[in-house]
Design a protein around this ligand. Structure first.
Ligand SMILES: [Zn+2]
Length: 189
């Protein structure tokens, strides 16, 4: 991992791992793919290795990311999906030329087109977002309880009562804040 760049927040759901490349949207936002190379790195970690990435492609990736975030947020709070977000997601899905292939071990891999274009990788991410927002998968879209985060995440817990996008960051911070508050209270008492 190159020094000086924020690390990635990786989850088990491709589309929301992608939206988590921008965190603390309601606070001091942290951009985790600030350069084309960092998008290349993120895609490689997620089984979508591309040959190269231009600044225009990085812009497109961020546009898709924010469109997924907007649509997933609307779905989580049961509002109408923003038309512009739906259009971007669909355009990315249509323009991708990746194919799912089955490995001899029985795993799914994505094969991008010969040029291994960023657009192919974005198509895979857009299709993943569509399957979640359309409610096809076992789980529920929800918003992180942290007021500085409010990230849309996919809750696959049995009770569907997960509160935070990420237990190790938002969940932990909340727990610490509560601990400090009760600590201060008991010190006063
Ligand atoms: Zn969060």
């Amino acid at each position: 991992m190159p020094a000086g760049f924020p690390d990635f927040r990786l989850g088990s759901v491709l589309a929301t791992s992608f939206t988590a490349t921008l965190t603390e949207r309601q606070g001091d936002a942290v951009e985790r793919i600030p350069t084309p190379q960092r998008l290349i790195d993120w895609l490689a970690v997620n089984g979508l290795a591309v040959a190269s990435c231009s600044t225009v492609q990085l812009e497109l990736a961020r546009e898709l990311r924010e469109s997924i975030h907007a649509a997933a947020t609307a779905a989580a709070i049961r509002e109408a999906l923003p038309a512009s977000a739906v259009r971007v997601i669909n355009d990315c899905s249509i323009q991708g030329r990746a194919a799912a292939v089955l490995t001899p071990e029985g795993n799914r891999r994505w094969r991008l087109s010969l040029a291994s274009r960023v657009e192919d990788a974005l198509g895979v991410i857009a299709a993943d977002a569509i399957s979640i927002i359309a409610g096809e998968r076992d789980g529920k879209l929800a918003l992180c309880a942290s007021p500085t985060c409010r990230a849309a995440f996919f809750d696959t817990s049995q009770s569907r009562t997960r509160k935070w996008c990420d237990m190790n960051t938002c969940g932990n911070r909340q727990k610490k804040a509560r601990f400090n508050a009760s600590h201060r209270k008991s010190a006063r008492d």
